[in-house]
Design a protein. Structure first.
Length: 299
């Protein structure tokens, strides 16, 4: 039986693995994607991770994975589809059949950005279509961009981008916003923000990069970037019956990674937190591994 099973080889899982290995724990990482390194691989360029400015997200993921591999950490290409409490810890069921037993679990399965599902979105992802204003906003300094969405993330993104960009269109398909009224008020006061409600984006267009969006009402707006902020989907389907989730489906856990389930830790984007970034995922992984080691010492 393993001391710790780590689910996911994104930044959180890989960082947890390095700390667990150095704490002398026996471990394995289960990752459902062949050679996967998580969402970071989808980022064209990561400019906000300390010490590695301007690196492509794909390369960063490779550097992280290579670091873990250099420690001899075993990886298994497998999707975990459920957990069962055992006398000594946890049994994780594999989607392809079989199971893995471990005294503790560090669950670092991340989250996915919801997509708009419009023409051009997939083709232009990373070439003007972004799901993260904090990550990519600086690339659009002095340019015109659109933000799609009506919740707090969309409003915060629009406010953040209005500090950098020449003009920001905030586009929401409904009449009322779900986000904070105070942020909306601030946006209404910004001269470089134009708010379009009951407006649906039908297409994101451009040759090699985004050049415009086409709206269902027939209007075309020239933009250099489109920030899609229509929510995130945490990967928590297979833990919903064993650990407490918040209203948005994230695992309730603080910085220690401890969840409502004994010996079951959460790290990275999958847990309740303010900022979902590589730096916070890496930090979570380290903390969760130390929490697991401490828990194993106690039992
Ligand atoms: C397009 C894009 C650009 C970004 N740009 C930046 C940036 O510039 N700077 C920055 O700091 N952050 C950026 N981020 C955010 C950053 O990538 C995430 O915050 C970070 O990757 C979260 O790490 P994680 O390990 O918690 O989760 P993830 O990276 O989501 O990794 C989770 C891993 O778990 C695996 N997994 C999921 N479910 C299972 C299962 N059931 N069984 C086995 N494996 C499973 C997944 O395949 C995945 O590999 C960006 C994200 C995106 C999508």
């Amino acid at each position: 039986m393993l001391d710790v099973l780590i689910v996911g080889s994104g930044p959180a899982g890989l960082s947890a693995a390095i700390y667990a290995k150095r704490a002398n724990l026996s471990l394995e990482i289960a990752e459902k994607i062949f050679m996967g390194t998580g969402q970071v691989a989808e980022s064209g360029q990561v400019d906000n991770y300390l010490g590695l400015p301007g690196m492509s997200g794909y390369d960063m993921g490779e550097v992280f994975r290579g670091h873990a591999e250099s420690f001899g950490i075993p990886f298994r290409e497998a999707e975990i589809c459920g957990f069962e409490r055992t006398e000594n810890g946890w049994r994780a069921a594999l989607a392809g059949g079989g199971s893995i037993e471990a005294r503790t679990v560090i669950y670092a399965a991340g989250a996915k950005h919801r997509h708009l599902g419009v023409r051009g979105e997939e083709e232009l992802a990373g070439r003007g279509v972004s799901y993260c204003a904090v990550c990519d906003g600086a690339f659009y300094r002095g340019k015109t961009v659109a933000v799609a969405g009506g919740g707090n993330t969309a409003l915060d993104d629009a406010l953040y981008l209005s500090e950098l960009c020449e003009k920001v269109f905030l586009i929401h398909r409904r009449r009322e916003f779900r986000g904070a009224a105070a942020t909306l008020e601030k946006l209404r006061e910004r001269p470089n923000v134009e708010i379009l409600t009951e407006t649906v984006i039908e297409e994101i267009a451009g040759e090699k990069k985004v050049s415009c969006i086409r709206l269902a009402n027939g209007r075309t707006i020239e933009v250099s970037g489109v920030f899609i902020a229509v929510g995130m989907q945490p990967e928590t389907e297979c833990v919903k019956d064993i650990a407490e989730l918040d209203g948005a489906g994230y695992i309730v856990a603080d910085e220690t990674g401890r969840t409502s389930a004994e010996g079951f830790f959460a790290a990275g984007d999958v847990r309740t937190k303010q900022l979902r970034q590589v730096v916070t995922a890496v930090s979570d992984g380290a903390n969760a591994a130390i929490s697991a080691a401490e828990y194993l010492r106690k039992i």
